[in-house]
Every structure is written in structure tokens, then in C-alpha cells.
Ligand binder design. Structure first.
Ligand code: GDP
Ligand code: ZN
Length: 463
């Protein structure tokens, strides 16, 4: 027999897997056969009973029953009190690669078990009503978070903060829709519709949606981080600046060594914002090099950047080469003009130095050597990218949710339009229904299986 997909039992490693890494690793099973499979692959000594939500100690045995594959803890969570709402068994193995892989293979060799697809555990949790879609997405974002602030923001979603906001807006629209629909069907039997009040309510909901989208755009900075491209002629101090900023916070996530002695890329966290600093040392102001820019890694860094920091040498002043580099920064890319080596200037001179070069304002003067002006640079970068405003955010929709909230707001605007044109009520309801449906798609209340599949296929396996 071939059971329908939701009745199949799925299994995957739920923890990150790397050779030589990790004290424990977890194999997760979910579905009707989970308990049977757990019982048949794990040998439990003594008087321990398979009781839900109780931890058992034992060994995963190979199929001959003679060899111990790993020493494990097993946890049975009977549905619906489990992550997926189905029977779930977690086998806590030793970390690394071999033991956990062998345990997984052993599990997959059992009848009615197959490998989980990416995001399939979360998908089942949503289908079984254990989580709404925004919560499942937030868990994924929490796992992916690169800063403390991003993690806090994701937790709001995990706790249902997005779901509650959207559901309450959707319910307000449903109330208005039922008022309208009643009039369409039984106008004569009902008191006249207070159209002004209804439109006011739609306007309120629309404003809230637009605000959510606006806030979310600011939250993107925390979620996706910023890419900062350091641009400047050789010897102006790009590497020194990059190294200084990288050392500044201890929350360095990665350090990618470049081909030279210099670090070319570094990921740091400033004020809760994950920032990738890229030294575009490859960009030259010459004509020839200009032609190579298309294939240049440095140029790509500039194209992907959220802000360009153009560094020049204060001790040499502003040169034609600096101007040529400045001209290469794409017009729509925010940029900061940064004068370095301020320590070489007598303090009086720096102070008197005109804040303008070529009619452009120098945003920050600093010294990569002494660190003076470093704070000002960080502040300027965050401000330029709108990251300062992301600090107070509590709720931030992801891109998918933003698109749907924006669609709903537009549909509400069309309803208001229909009202302004004094079109019959069934015209109002068309757009109102569209708005309601878009909000339902955010939380997963109104969503097709195909859309769900697409969303969860972007999750990793084991989630
Ligand atoms: P890059 O080619 O732009 O990456 O420049 P480097 O960071 O390699 O710096 C070039 C030279 O300038 C090195 O000798 C640095 O020590 C020096 N330098 C960099 N920043 C400063 C600074 O703020 N003050 C002074 N006095 N020297 C600096
Ligand atoms: Zn350098």
C-alpha cells in the first residue's frame, strides 16, 4: 500500500552535521511509524518504559542486532503534543559525522520511513495547526540570525507576534465584508449601511498594513545585514581600517583571508547589525582596469554594496585619482567620503580643514592608526543605511509577508476607490475579499499546497 504523503513517517538529522564537530546530534522522526521505528532500532536496557515526553537511555543497534552503532538518548513525543503534531521520536546521538549518519540510515531502512524533504517537519507543523506559517518562517529566521537583534526580532515571530497582528487586521476586514455581503443579499431587511464608518475602518487597516511594510523594510537591515564596500586608492588605509573595525567587536563571525596578506572581507556586528566589510582593493582608477571591472570581484562587491565608503588620504589631500574613483561609484549607491590619517594632521589643521573637497562634504575624518573618528564612521554607516531606525523595531515581516501586506493595502485602496466612484456594493466586496485573502496567505490560513511547498522547499533539511 502507498500511504498518502502526510501519513508517511519522515526522518532527518535535525542538527548541523560536520566531521569532528558537536557533542550531540539529533535524528528526528515524525509520523505514525515513529514510535515503532524508535522501538525497533533502539535497544533500551532495564525497566525503562516508552512513555511520552520521557527520556530513555539505550543503544542503536545494527540490523544484525549485534553491533552497537551509537549510545543514545531517545525521546518520544506523542502527537499532538509535539513539534509537528504527529508522533515524534528524537534520537540524540553523538556528534560528528559517522554515528549520526549510520543511525539515520538505520532508521531509513525501516518500513514506511523516508527521508524528510527540506522544511517538511515545519510544513507538517503548519498543516497540523501546531504553528501558523509566520511562526514557521520565524523559526527559520531565528536559526539564520546573524546578530542578537535579528534573533530578538525573529523571536517575536516565533511567539506569534506577526500572526496576531495580521489575524486581527484580517478579522476586522471580515467584519466589514459580512456587513457588505448582507446588504448585497438582503438590503431591504437591514438598517442602512453606514458607508462612512466602513470606509474609515478600511482606511485604518490600510494604514496599519502600510506601517507594517515600512517597519519591515527597516528590519531587513537586521535580517540581511549590510554590505559595506571600502573604496580607495592604494595606501590610503583601507586595509588598516578594515582590520581595525574587525578587531573592534568580539562578535566576529567569519574572517575570510584574501589572497594577499590583507583580509579582504570581514563580517562584524555593529550595534546589532551584521555588516560585511569588503575591501575593493582591486578597483583602480585607470582606463584599462575600468574595462575589466565587469569581471572584477571588487566591482561585484561594489554592485552588491549597500553603501560605499570612499577612503582618501588627508595627508595628501584630495587628488584627481580620488575624484576618478568617486565617479565610479554607481549613482544610486549611498556613499560616505572618509578622510583617513587624521593623526598626521596637526589638530589645528584638521579642525580648520574645510569640510569640503570638490564641492563634496567630507563625512568623517578619522585615523585607522589611532582609532580616532571610528565611532563617527560607524554611526554614519548605520545612519546612511537606515539601520539606526531599525533599533526600536518589535515586529518585522519578511519579504514574502511584506509583498502580501502591500498587496492587501492596494486592494483596500481599490475598495475605497470603488466607494468614491459610488459603484455598487458587490464591486467593493471584490477588492475587500482580495485583501482578506492576501492576509490569509501571510498566516497560511488561505494558501494552496503548491505555495506551501514552495515556501518550505527553501528551508533546510531537518527543519
Ligand atoms: P590600503 O592600500 O588602502 O589598504 O592601505 P593600508 O591599510 O595598507 O595602509 C597603507 C599605509 O598607510 C600603511 O603603512 C599603514 O600603516 C598606513 N596607514 C593606514 N592608516 C593610517 C592612519 O590612519 N594614519 C597613519 N599615520 N598611517 C596610516
Ligand atoms: Zn590594502
Amino acid at each position: 500500500s502507498s500511504p498518502i504523503p502526510h501519513q508517511q513517517t519522515i526522518a532527518a538529522v535535525a542538527t548541523a552535521v560536520a566531521p569532528g564537530q558537536g557533542g550531540i546530534a539529533v535524528v528526528r522522526l515524525s509520523g505514525p511509524a515513529a514510535e515503532v521505528v524508535g522501538r525497533s532500532v533502539v535497544s533500551i536496557p532495564g525497566q525503562q518504559l516508552w512513555v511520552s515526553h520521557r527520556v530513555l537511555y539505550g543503544h542503536v543497534m545494527d540490523e544484525s542486532g549485534k553491533e552497537r552503532i551509537d549510545e543514545v538518548l531517545v525521546l518520544l513525543m506523542k502527537g499532538p503534543r509535539s513539534f509537528t503534531g504527529e508522533d515524534v521520536v528524537e534520537i540524540h546521538c553523538h556528534g560528528g559525522l559517522m554515528a549520526v549518519q549510520r543511525v539515520l540510515e538505520r532508521v531509513l531502512a525501516q518500513p514506511h520511513v523516508r527521508r524528510a524533504l527540506p522544511g517538511e517537519f515545519s510544513q507538517r507543523a503548519v498543516l497540523n495547526g501546531r504553528l501558523d506559517l509566520t511562526q514557521a518562517e520565524a523559526i527559520s529566521e531565528l536559526v539564520a540570525a546573524r546578530s542578537r537583534r535579528a534573533a530578538q526580532l525573529a523571536m517575536t515571530g516565533v511567539d506569534g507576534g506577526i500572526q496576531r497582528r495580521i489575524t486581527s487586521l484580517r478579522e476586522r476586514l471580515l467584519d466589514q465584508l459580512s456587513e457588505l455581503e448582507a446588504r448585497v443579499d438582503f438590503e431591504e431587511d437591514l438598517p442602512p449601511l453606514d458607508a462612512a464608518e466602513l470606509l474609515l475602518e478600511l482606511q485604518c487597516v490600510r494604514r496599519e498594513l502600510e506601517q507594517l511594510v515600512e517597519d519591515a523594510k527597516r528590519g531587513d537591515v537586521l535580517r540581511q545585514g549590510l554590505q559595506v564596500a571600502l573604496v580607495g586608492r592604494p595606501n590610503v588605509g583601507k586595509s588598516s581600517l578594515l582590520n581595525r573595525l574587525s578587531r573592534r567587536e568580539r562578535a566576529i563571525v567569519t574572517d575570510l583571508p584574501g589572497t594577499t596578506r590583507d583580509v579582504l572581507e570581514s563580517e562584524i556586528v555593529l550595534e546589532g547589525v551584521p555588516i560585511t566589510l569588503v575591501d575593493t582593493a582591486g578597483i583602480r582608477a585607470t582606463k584599462d582596469a575600468l574595462e575589466q571591472l565587469g569581471i572584477d570581484r571588487s566591482h561585484q562587491a561594489l554592485a552588491a554594496a549597500d553603501v560605499a565608503v570612499l577612503v582618501f588620504d588627508l595627508s595628501l589631500g584630495w587628488t584627481a585619482d580620488d575624484a576618478a574613483l568617486l565617479a565610479q561609484i554607481p549613482d544610486d549607491l549611498p556613499r560616505l567620503l572618509v578622510g583617513n590619517k587624521a593623526d598626521l594632521q596637526p589638530a589645528s589643521m584638521t579642525a580648520s580643514l574645510s569640510n569640503e573637497v570638490d564641492g563634496k562634504t567630507v563625512d568623517v575624518m578619522l585615523s585607522a592608526l589611532t582609532g580616532q573618528g571610528e565611532e563617527a564612521l560607524i554611526e554614519a554607516v548605520l545612519k546612511t543605511c537606515g539601520a539606526s531606525e531599525a533599533q526600536g523595531l518589535v515586529v518585522a515581516l519578511n519579504q514574502r509577508q511584506q509583498d502580501l501586506a502591500a498587496t492587501a493595502a492596494i486592494a483596500l485602496a481599490r475598495t475605497q476607490e470603488a466607494a468614491a466612484q459610488k459603484l455598487p456594493w458587490d464591486f467593493w466586496t471584490i477588492d475587500l475579499r482580495q485583501a482578506i485573502s492576501s492576509l490569509g496567505e501571510i498566516t497560511g490560513e488561505e494558501i494552496t499546497e503548491a505555495v506551501l511547498d514552495r515556501i518550505f522547499s527553501r528551508f533546510c533539511i531537518g527543519k
